[in-house]
Write a protein that binds this ligand. Structure first.
Ligand code: SAM
Length: 410
C-alpha cells in the first residue's frame, strides 16, 4: 500500500522508534513526523495509538497522509459508481474503473496521454538529449502501462475537478495508483534516471492497482498534514506536541528530483494547465522544475543551523532524531562521520535548548534499503538521539540573560 523503494525509508526500524515514543508519550498524544517521506514512521505511530502530524517536501507524502491518517477505518468511497453492498466491493469496483477502457464517462478533452507521450519509448515527446550530448527516449514505463496510468490519472482528475469524489477518495485513489506505479516503474528505485538500454522485467508486467484495505487505517485519526511545505515553516503551524520526530536528509540528494514523477502524479488533479506543465519538462528524466526544491538540510553548511531552527520552532516536549551513519555530509565512512558528524549533533542536543542531562543516544542497526530487489545489502548503523526540550517558560526566562544567548548561538 505504501511506497517501498524510498531512500532512507524507516520501515525496518519503525517499531523501535514507536517503542521510544511509548516511553515519552501516552496514547492520544500528538507526535509530529517532520520529514515523513514514505510515511513508514507516521503510520506505525498512528497504529500504536498516537495522533500524528506530518509534513514532507514531497507532495506524495501529503497524499498518503491525507489518504490513510485522516480516518481510523476504511471510509466509503464516493464517486461515479452506484453503491454496492460492502465498502470493499465499492472500492474494488472504483479501482477497477480507473484503468477500464473509456466509454462516454470521460469527455474527450479530459483523456490525457502525457505519460505515454513523455515517459514511454514509443511516445511522441519522449526524446531526450543529455548534458553530455547523448540522445535517447525516456523509458520509465512500458507503452501499455503508460496508457493505463494515463487513464487512471485522467479519471481521478476529472472526478476530482467535477466534484464527483471527495478529497479523501481522491487521495486514496491516488495513493493506491502510486503504489502500483512504483511496482512497474523501469527504475532502480528513484526516478532520477532509468536504465538506458534495458527494461527491468518488473516493468513489463501489466500494472495492477489494489484497493485500500481496512487494516491500513488502524489508530486515531489526525488532521495536521502539511502539503509539500518546507518543514522549517510547517513546524510553526503544528500545535503543542509531545514528540517531534526528525529524519532529515544527511546528504546532497534532493528528494524532489529523485521522486519527481510520483509527485507529478500526486499533484496531477491540482495542476491547472497540463499542456504547459508537461510541455516544460527538463533533463533526461523529464521533470518540470517548478516542482523542484533545494532543501537546506541537503547542504553541509546549512544542515546544523536548519536543525537548530526546526527544533526551536516546534512546540515539542521531546525530540527524537534519526542519525544515519552511512555516507553523509561529513564523510564517506563511518569513522569520518563519527569524528565530525556525530559530535556536531551531540553538541546541538547538549546545548541550552534541551534540558541538561536528558540526552540519550541509542544505536539501531538496520539493513540498507538497497537490499530491495535482491541487491547485496550492508548493515548501516543508525542512531536515535532523544532529549527533552526546555520548557518555553524556562527558555523565555533564560532569554533575558544575554550571556545565555551567546552560548547557544551555533
Ligand atoms: C530520510 S527521508 C525520511 C524518510 C521517512 N522517515 C520514511 O520512513 O520514509 C528525508 C525526507 O526529508 C524530506 N525533506 C528534505 N528536506 C525537507 C524540508 N526542508 N522540508 C520538508 N521535507 C524535507 C525529503 O523529501 C525526505 O522524504
Amino acid at each position: 500500500m505504501m511506497i517501498q523503494r524510498y531512500l532512507g525509508n524507516k520501515s525496518v526500524i519503525a517499531d523501535e522508534i514507536v517503542n521510544i515514543i511509548r516511553g515519552l508519550a501516552k496514547p492520544g498524544d500528538l507526535v509530529f513526523d517532520a520529514f515523513s517521506g514514505s510515511l513508514a514512521v507516521s503510520r506505525a505511530v498512528k497504529a500504536a495509538g498516537f495522533r500524528v502530524a506530518c509534513n514532507d517536501i514531497n507532495h506524495f507524502s501529503w497524499l498518503y497522509a491525507r489518504a490513510y491518517l485522516s480516518s481510523s477505518s476504511l471510509p466509503w468511497p464516493n464517486g461515479p459508481l452506484k453503491r454496492l453492498s460492502t465498502k470493499d466491493q465499492c472500492w474494488r469496483a472504483l479501482v477497477n474503473e480507473l484503468t477500464a477502457p473509456y466509454d462516454s464517462d470521460i469527455p474527450a478533452e479530459s483523456r490525457r496521454t502525457d505519460v505515454f507521450d513523455r515517459y514511454t519509448e514509443t511516445g511522441r515527446f519522449s526524446a531526450f538529449v543529455s548534458s553530455r550530448g547523448s540522445v535517447g527516449k525516456r523509458r520509465f514505463f512500458s507503452a501499455e502501462n503508460g496508457h493505463l496510468i494515463d487513464r487512471a490519472l485522467s479519471r481521478i482528475r476529472h472526478w476530482h475537478r467535477s466534484e464527483a469524489i471527495d478529497e479523501q477518495t481522491r487521495c486514496l485513489l491516488g495513493a493506491v495508483l502510486l503504489a502500483a506505479v512504483e511496482k512497474v516503474s523501469n527504475t532502480q528505485g528513484t526516478y532520477h534516471d532509468f536504465p538506458r538500454d534495458i527494461y527491468d522485467p518488473r516493468s513489463l508486467k501489466k500494472i495492477i492497482i489494489n484497493p485500500p484495505s481496512d487494516d491500513s487505517f488502524v489508530g486515531p485519526s489526525s488532521e495536521f498534514f502539511g502539503k509539500a511545505q518546507d518543514s522549517l515553516t510547517y513546524a510553526m503551524k503544528v500545535p503543542d506536541h509531545k514528540v517531534l520526530y526528525l529524519d532529515p536528509p544527511y546528504n546532497f540528494r534532493q528528494y524532489t528530483s529523485y521522486y519527481f514523477l510520483l509527485n507529478a502524479f500526486s499533484m496531477h488533479p491540482e495542476i491547472g494547465d497540463l499542456d504547459e506543465f508537461f510541455g516544460n519538462i527538463e533533463f533526461v528524466r523529464g521533470q518540470n522544475m517548478s516542482t523542484d526544491f533545494k532543501s537546506s538540510f541537503c547542504s553541509k553548511g546549512q544542515f546544523i543551523p536548519s536543525l537548530k531552527k526546526i527544533i526551536e520552532r516546534s512546540k515539542a516536549e521531546y525530540v527524537i532524531l534519526s542519525y544515519f551513519n552511512g555516507r553523509n555530509h561529513w564523510g564517506e565512512f563511518k569513522s569520518d562521520n563519527d569524528v565530525i558528524g556525530r559530535p556536531l549533533i551531540e553538541g546541538l542536543f547538549n546545548s541550552a535548548m534541551f534540558e541538561a542531562g536528558s540526552l540519550e543516544c541509542l544505536p539501531v542497526h538496520r539493513m540498507n534499503y538497497q537490499s530491495y530487489g535482491g541487491h547485496k545489502s550492508k548493515s548501516v548503523e543508525e542512531f536515535l538521539f532523544v532529549a527533552r526540550k526546555r520548557s518555553v517558560a524556562h527558555v523565555a526566562n533564560q532569554r533575558r540573560n544575554s550571556r545565555w544567548i551567546g552560548e547557544v548561538a551555533i
